[in-house]
Design a binder for this molecule. Structure first.
Ligand code: HEC
Ligand code: HEC
Ligand code: HEC
Ligand code: HEC
Ligand code: HEC
Ligand code: HEC
Length: 340
């Protein structure tokens, strides 16, 4: 197809999509880049020039010569104060947790962050946005893709009904579709304000609570499908791998009173900060009947995000605390629930 014909096809396609998007927008309330906030020209340019400024475009008319991930990061790297900064100042070999957005929670933003060399270096600190050849998901029988993971492998850039515009079916090779809805599966104390962006408040870890039916286990295991099944082990083991969505109960291996009281102390796992030199960290995330991020109860559940940040962290496998490192915090998360 000639460049001109190609552009025409896209302009038509773009307008068809604008029209098609309109009636759906009310269902996307609250999530940025959906509904009324999907300003097409934030990411697309129609004629490779805007206000007489030329752009080098990539398919599909994306406003970035380097492709999708750098386009998203052009706002989400701290340079746009209205957008949450998801890139920390460090590197894979010398990681930090320093971002421009000023979160009050000691755990920073809910999803965590990539390091500044994320598009040029393979990462073991969470999801890698760089790979030579293809990206193969660990603990998966079905997920492999050509090229590195990109933002739209998990998020719909045009908005979706889900929390954070997550895709309902991130891995088409694995059956099933998962919804994660704000107000049903996840709760926000201060909602995202899509007309006056409030990134520092909205994406703070402490602002977001998870219900016991939060569906994150199902969502993550759409790609990491080999841990979907938590097969029972032979006695005395109850599980073959650490359970997710498992509730605390009186007879379980969980120390419910240590968990609910949450007293700061040497052996309780609870502390004031991660990496402050004293054993203990703030309460890890959990599923609760009320969707509270703060009030712990006996029926709470452990799930993937109790231990992992979705984007990554300063620690191996994107864990919430330095589990694989030597130091006073290494066992803290485990201790909060198990107090051994
Ligand atoms: C022109 C700047 C800009 C670009 C480019 C951009 N974003 Fe955003 N993004 C924002 C702003 C601003 C917010 C909302 C901040 C708020 O409301 O507090 C946001 C919010 C988000 C959210 C949270 C949605 C919610 O409300 O829960 C996601 C997810 C996201 N962006 C993903 C992406 C992806 C993926 C790309 C690339 C395809 C991208 N962004 C490109 C500015 C941008
Ligand atoms: C936050 C950035 C962002 C915004 C805003 C955005 N797009 Fe896109 N768009 C993308 C990316 C990235 C792709 C390629 C990946 C994909 O298809 O999901 C894409 C792909 C497309 C495609 C081709 C693939 C398809 O799904 O048909 C069309 C058409 C399109 N966009 C139209 C629009 C229209 C119309 C708007 C405004 C209502 C819009 N986009 C707003 C980032 C964006
Ligand atoms: C779209 C598919 C997909 C989804 C959804 C997904 N992952 Fe992954 N995950 C991958 C791929 C691919 C890799 C390997 C990336 C790489 O390092 O090249 C990976 C790697 C990981 C790693 C290992 C990181 C390391 O370097 O050691 C962890 C931990 C992880 N994912 C946890 C999660 C959690 C938790 C969720 C849910 C919030 C999730 N994943 C959702 C595809 C996915
Ligand atoms: C493996 C899946 C995955 C990939 C790849 C991914 N995200 Fe996310 N992202 C998530 C999940 C899951 C959440 C919500 C996690 C939470 O609230 O704890 C999230 C949250 C966000 C948020 C809200 C801010 C925050 O810290 O909670 C933004 C903005 C965002 N993602 C943008 C992006 C951009 C831009 C890219 C590409 C550079 C990207 N994401 C790549 C899964 C992914
Ligand atoms: C109780 C804490 C905990 C829970 C809950 C948990 N993980 Fe993990 N996960 C870990 C730890 C610890 C590691 C490995 C750290 C290391 O390398 O030493 C890990 C590693 C991983 C890896 C990388 C494995 C590899 O071989 O590189 C993936 C993928 C992963 N987890 C996905 C998930 C998903 C998906 C869920 C939810 C279904 C989940 N995890 C729940 C603690 C947990
Ligand atoms: C947020 C709470 C929470 C955190 C954090 C947590 N666990 Fe668990 N763990 C549970 C629950 C709930 C069960 C299931 C209890 C039951 O039914 O007996 C469990 C079960 C276990 C079991 C028993 C499995 C069996 O076969 O019965 C072991 C061992 C274990 N966890 C180790 C760990 C380790 C190691 C860590 C830190 C990497 C950790 N847990 C972090 C809540 C947690």
């Amino acid at each position: 197809m000639s460049i001109l014909a190609y552009r025409k096809t896209y302009v038509v396609a773009l307008w068809t999509l604008v029209v098609a998007c309109l009636p759906a927008s009310s269902g996307l309330a609250g999530e940025y880049h959906g509904g009324g906030q999907s300003t097409c020209s934030d990411c697309h340019v129609m004629h490779a020039t805007k206000d007489n400024v030329p752009w080098i475009v990539t398919e599909p008319l994306l406003k970035s010569a380097a492709g999708e991930t750098p386009l998203c990061l052009s706002c989400h790297d701290g340079s746009d104060s209205s957008a949450p900064d998801i890139v920390a100042s460090g590197t894979e070999s010398n990681p930090t947790s320093v971002v421009v957005t000023s979160y009050t929670s000691k755990f920073g933003s809910s999803a965590g962050y990539f390091q500044s060399d994320t598009t040029t270096t393979h990462s073991e600190l969470g999801h890698s946005l760089y790979s030579v050849g293809s990206a193969t998901a660990p603990l998966s029988n079905t997920y492999v893709k050509t090229g590195p993971l990109v933002c739209s492998d998990c998020h719909d850039p045009h908005g979706s009904p889900n929390y954070r515009n997550l895709l309902s079916d991130p891995n088409p090779s694995h059956p099933g579709s998962v919804s994660i809805l704000t107000g049903v599966n996840v709760s926000e104390t201060t909602p995202v304000n899509s007309t006056t962006p409030n990134a520092a408040a909205a994406y703070d870890t402490a602002n977001i609570g998870f219900y016991t039916n939060n569906n994150f286990r199902a969502w993550c295991t759409d790609c990491h499908d080999s841990i979907l099944q938590e097969l029972p082990g032979g006695s005395p083991a109850h599980y073959m791998r650490h359970p997710s969505d498992a509730a605390f109960s009186a007879n379980s291996h969980v120390n419910v009173s240590n968990w609910t009281i949450g007293a700061v102390g040497q052996d309780t796992g609870f502390g004031l900060d991660v990496g402050d030199g004293a054993a203990g960290i703030p309460r890890v995330r959990f599923g609760s009947a009320t969707g509270s991020a703060a009030v712990a109860a006996a029926g709470d559940t452990v799930f993937c995000l109790s231990c992992h940040k979705a984007h990554g962290s300063k620690y191996k496998a994107g864990t919430v605390w330095p589990l694989s490192a030597v130091g006073p915090d290494s066992l803290s998360g485990c201790q909060q629930c198990h107090a051994k």
